[in-house]
Design a protein around this ligand. Structure first.
Ligand code: ATP
Length: 264
């Protein structure tokens, strides 16, 4: 498929992020295409979560330019940023749910903030989102502390899609889940992406998840996006961390398990 500028829903150019004297990103570039699932990988502390936070405007970079839907995230006036923010949803690593609200109330929270809906309609719509992520009916009125880790992640996902976003950002969605729970979450990501036409930007360490979901992978190393491409293309990248990650025993196991049964 030919890659045109119009396909790029996120464009990051020359990003520099520092905390004190610690430079996390130094001239990082990345494009995300509309409708793709892109997995962001890299060693611990390479700045994957910081990149996500910078793209959604929660963290101000020291330099560089970030555009989402063609609009600068950094220089957009408050009201326009509010409008822009409605077009994406974020699921943070721990779900970041409000502990004093039930699952349904958590999903209602962004609706309350952004949409003028009467109470019944808001409750109904929030209930639909909770069902969409595969949570049982009785989870609606539970508090986050009453849920398993996997259910909390699903609740976080339901909240991320509360406003019918075009992009969802997922920070390590399968971290902490057992392999069966992680595989079920991968299926959920894929199904919702296809059903809702979402663009998915997800940070992960999980090779199985990359194999199951990703159209492309972006590798963060040496303070930049060192390589971006398909899983197959990553096998050709000559960089010690990339080789170790994509050719190591865990990678081989993930390739094996992602092959259709009976394939050589
Ligand atoms: N608010 C902050 N203040 C100071 N340093 C920070 C802050 N947020 C992140 N950092 C530092 O920036 C670097 C990148 O952090 P980030 O959380 O993005 O890493 P990561 O690639 O997501 O790592 P992991 O895979 O371990 O989650 C780390 O060294 C971290 O300590």
């Amino acid at each position: 498929m030919e890659d045109t500028d119009d396909d790029h829903i996120i464009r990051v150019r020359g990003l520099v992020t520092r905390f004190g004297t610690h430079t996390v990103h130094d001239g990082l570039d990345l494009d995300v295409r509309r409708g793709e699932i892109i997995g962001v990988v890299g060693g611990s502390g390479t700045g994957k979560s910081v990149l996500l936070r910078a793209i959604v405007g929660l963290l101000k970079p020291n330099a560089g330019h970030i555009e989402v839907f063609g609009q600068s995230v950094r220089d957009t006036p408050e009201e326009e940023y509010r409008q822009l923010r409605r077009r994406w949803g974020v699921m943070f690593q721990d779900g970041a749910l409000f502990s004093s609200l039930t699952v349904r109330q958590n999903v209602e929270a962004p609706m309350r903030e952004q949409l003028k809906l009467d109470d019944d309609l808001r409750k109904t719509l929030a209930g639909i989102k909770v069902r969409m992520v595969g949570l049982p009916e009785n989870a609606m009125t539970k508090f986050p502390s009453e849920l398993s880790g996997g259910m909390r992640k699903r609740a976080g996902f339901a909240r991320a899609i509360a406003l019918d976003p075009e992009i969802v950002f997922l920070d390590e969605p399968t971290a902490g889940l057992d392999p069966i729970g992680a595989a079920a979450f991968d299926i959920l990501i894929k199904q919702l992406q296809a059903a809702l036409g979402l663009t998915v930007f997800f940070v992960t360490h999980d090779l199985d998840s990359l194999h199951a979901n990703c159209d492309r992978v972006a590798v963060l190393a040496d303070k930049k996006v060192l390589a971006v491409g398909t899983m197959q293309e990553m096998l050709e990248v000559e960089h010690p961390w990339v080789r170790e990650y994509f050719h190591g025993p865990r990678a081989r196991a993930a390739i094996e398990s992602s092959r259709p049964k009976g394939a050589a």
